[in-house]
Design a protein around this ligand. Structure first.
Ligand code: HEM
Ligand code: CU
Length: 557
């Protein structure tokens, strides 16, 4: 901690005090622990992906055994979703929502802390399951029975995986509740619902989906566990399809839980680095809520190929998601078009999010159309689509958020040059890795295969994708170096301490010190008056009441 910045009277626990960190009920610590844990797991899951891309770089390689490969894609996919992108999103909410709405603390802090530890225990179990005699789960992140039952996936590994998934999901539900409760009940004076920042609204919409849909995954996992104990459960075919329904009632909305918070972060970054308030605020808020509600009605578009669902209905609801998505998209573009742009690293990631995500969204229309999906399902086209949404979409938003809020959370900015290098490598790497997969899928390469033959005609595109993965990995190394280097400089005291508001931003978290004191706001850093959804911007532009300006300059010390 940069103690120079910490106002007197705050109860900072020294940085080396591990027990203090692990048991603190300060939402900023829980939030930081959550995002730091998920970033570490991102590297682990990334290494699994690299091994897979190594195996697929050329036809008929023997880098890993087929059963190992099945575990790798299962742990990679399930880990990225259950243990990385979802927890990071909720961790951001835990850290930022109280600050953004001017609250001194999160609602139910012990419940939030319990949520974090359930997540950690779940992650440990999922990783430990790899050491089981028959290995870990190996039937993909959605683990359909009968493939995932105890006849086809014997051993204790898949059971450990199930318990791990249940624990971390329960943790996410607890965090979702406390973040939602905070936004509803702990807003400062003047912070009406329709003045909450876009990011906070994106968290509210996400948390509603967490609460509405995550319990369905717990039910699916309970069913799977029961079926593994007594395989006759799945002999009635109804339960195989029933499992899929329970699973996707969670599995679809989670895609938006892994997307909204990043979209919210990108929206804030775009507004700040365009030097204006977010354009189309109300339309965006409304569309987030419509989007969240609609998202609960589309789940069975993942089941078109079973022939057992009402394809027309699910296709129609899926494609109607384009309307709220379009509103948000144009609001973001409108924000950028009217502004004076400043191209710092967070802004670069936020701008790249737009076209990258568009590719994911548009190919979603294709897989949401049953006739096309019959051809594309379970091919590499789906792998390309989901990675454009989740990697090119969420991960770019994730990095925009990391570079943007890093100085707030740590008191020091990440290095700009390394940040740009990271950005360039990530853009090249992402597209080189995932674009060829559309073609591979269209040409008929199935997903989840450990190898292919030279005469299949998949060799060149796979080689390109694997080279892309190497570029991506290099980008991630640059990012890790940047973080460690910056933190090292800070611990040696050789850094430039970040001011409360290094970017000229608009929302309340930038009114307090960097990092914020234990109670978020203090007499030295009071909550400024709130008269709109970008209160600091209003004050700076002199549109507030005359006495407002004094509060602001006072708070800047
Ligand atoms: C935000 C980051 C990422 C997320 C959320 C993610 C998610 C997923 C998911 C859900 C699956 C499907 C697993 C399954 O079929 O059960 C998957 C498969 C896969 N991913 Fe990722 N992934 C990410 C990043 C990456 C990266 C950076 C690479 C490459 C460098 C990669 C390479 C692969 C490969 C090779 C497969 C196996 C495809 C198959 O055979 O079906 N992923 N990923
Ligand atoms: Cu879906």
């Amino acid at each position: 901690m940069t103690t120079a910045q910490a106002p007197s009277g705050s109860k900072e626990v020294p940085a080396g005090n591990w027990l203090g960190w692990a048991t603190s009920t300060d939402h900023k610590r829980i939030g930081l622990l959550t995002v730091a844990t998920s970033l570490v797991l991102l590297l682990v899951m990334g290494v699994f992906a690299l091994i897979m891309r190594g195996q697929l770089a050329q036809p008929e390689l023997d880098l890993v055994l087929p059963h190992t490969y099945s575990q790798l894609f299962t742990l990679h996919g399930s880990g990225m979703i259950y243990l990385v992108i979802t927890p990071f999103a909720l961790g951001m909410g835990v850290y930022l929502v109280p600050l953004q709405i001017g609250a001194p603390a999160i609602a139910a802090p012990r419940t939030t802390l319990l949520g974090y530890w359930l997540y950690v225990c779940g992650a440990v179990l999922v990783l430990v399951s790899l050491a089981a005699a028959n290995g870990s789960a190996s039937s993909g992140w959605f683990s359909y029975p009968p493939l995932a039952d105890s006849d086809f996936s014997p051993g204790v590994g898949p059971d450990l995986w199930i318990v791990g998934v249940v624990l971390s999901t329960t943790g996410m539900i607890l965090m979702g509740w406390t973040v939602l409760w905070t936004a509803l009940r702990k807003r400062t004076q003047g912070m009406t619902m329709l003045r909450m920042p876009v990011f906070t609204w994106s968290m509210v919409a996400s948390c509603l989906m967490v609460i509405g849909s995550f319990p369905s995954l717990l039910a699916a996992m309970a069913l799977l566990a029961a079926g593994r104990a007594d395989p006759s459960v799945f002999h009635a075919n109804a339960w195989n399809i029933g499992y899929q329904h329970l699973f996707w009632f969670y599995g679809h909305p989670v895609v938006y839980v892994m997307f909204f918070p990043y979209l919210g972060a990108v929206a804030e970054v775009l507004a700040v680095f365009s030097g204006r308030a977010f354009f189309g605020y109300k339309g965006t808020v409304l569309s987030l809520l419509v989007f969240a509600a609609l998202s609960m009605s589309v789940w069975a578009h993942h089941m078109f190929a079973t022939g057992q669902v009402a394809n027309d209905y699910y296709s129609l609801t899926s494609i109607s998601l384009l309307v709220p998505a379009g509103v948000e998209y144009f609001a973001m573009i409108g924000t950028v078009l009217g502004g004076r742009l400043v191209f710092r690293t967070p802004m670069l990631f936020a701008l790249a999010f737009l076209p990258q995500f568009l590719i994911g969204g548009l190919t979603g229309i294709m897989v949401g159309t049953p006739v096309l999906d019959y051809h594309l399902t379970d091919s590499y086209f789906v792998v390309a689509h989901l990675h454009y949404v989740l990697f090119a979409g969420s991960a770019f938003g994730l990095f925009a958020a990391v570079y943007f809020w890093f100085p707030k959370a740590t008191g020091v900015e990440l290095g700009e040059r390394l940040g740009r290098l990271h950005f360039v490598l990530l853009v090249i790497g992402t597209n080189l890795t995932f674009l060829p997969m559309f073609a591979l899928g269209y040409e008929g390469m199935p997903r989840r295969v450990v190898s292919y033959a030279p005469f299949d005609g998949f060799s060149l595109l796979n080689l390109l994708a694997s080279c892309g993965a190497a570029v991506l990995a290099a980008g991630m190394v640059v990012f890790v170096v940047n973080v460690l280097w910056t933190l090292r400089k800070r611990s040696l005291g050789r850094h430039v301490p970040a001011p409360p508001d290094p970017w000229g931003a608009g929302t309340l978290e930038w009114a307090t010190s960097s990092p914020p004191p234990a109670t978020n706001f203090t007499p030295e850093y009071p909550v400024p008056p709130v008269r709109g959804h970008a209160p600091l911007l209003t004050l700076r532009e002199g549109q507030g009441e005359p006495d407002d300006r004094a509060t602001l300059s006072g708070s800047r010390g």
